[in-house]
Write a protein that binds this ligand. Structure first.
Ligand code: FMN
Length: 164
């Protein structure tokens, strides 16, 4: 069964290179999603060092993105049917809430927020030190009010949230 196109986005959070494929990307494939994977520039070398980029790429016919396209290049695929941003760093949560799209991952997410029938699930991975920042709760509230599902669920539960 093909469920549709699922945008998977990862940012620079500790341990991501060890679980993103096994706990999120592979289970998503098994559920029938076609994957559109986008990484923040920070996390690309983390996946590369762990020899994960090729394994991730093997899960999808769509090229994993982190660089923006050139003006002469068409969009490689339409806006996905749903997005899971996990893990989302404190840095990327703040930028997403403010609408900042200074990399391809944030650009894709920013464009998906508010699109009818496009569910966006964000799983922040941020320590208490980061969540103590005076703007943290405001950022989470902004995203939630825009219809984004901000959750502290474990990666293995995130796919279920797309069905509710
Ligand atoms: C080894 C390592 C682990 C990190 N883990 C986290 C984390 O779990 N959560 C977080 O918010 N930032 C974490 N950071 C800091 C982010 O990587 C940093 O803020 C970076 O600018 C995030 O960029 P991005 O959001 O574009 O991926 C970590 C940094 C390093 C070097």
């Amino acid at each position: 069964m093909t469920r549709g196109l699922l945008g998977l986005v990862a940012s620079g959070c500790g341990g991501v290179e060890s679980w993103f494929r096994t706990d999120l990307a592979e289970p998503a494939r098994q559920r029938g999603w076609r994957l559109a994977i986008t990484l923040t520039p920070t996390v690309v070398p983390w996946f590369a060092e762990a020899n994960e980029l090729e394994k991730l790429q093997a899960l999808t016919d769509l090229e994993i993105r982190w660089n923006p396209r050139l003006p002469s290049q068409p969009k490689p695929y339409p806006t996905p049917d749903a997005f899971i941003f996990a893990p989302a760093s404190a840095n990327s949560v703040a930028k997403l809430a403010l609408g900042i799209g200074d990399n391809q991952a944030l650009t894709a997410l920013n464009e998906a927020i508010g699109v009818e029938n496009c569910k966006v699930v964000v799983m922040p991975q941020a320590s208490e030190d980061k969540r103590r920042h005076p703007m943290w709760q405001s950022h989470v509230t902004t995203l939630t009010n825009a219809g984004v599902v901000v959750t502290d669920e474990a990666p293995g539960r995130l796919l279920d949230l797309l069905d509710t």
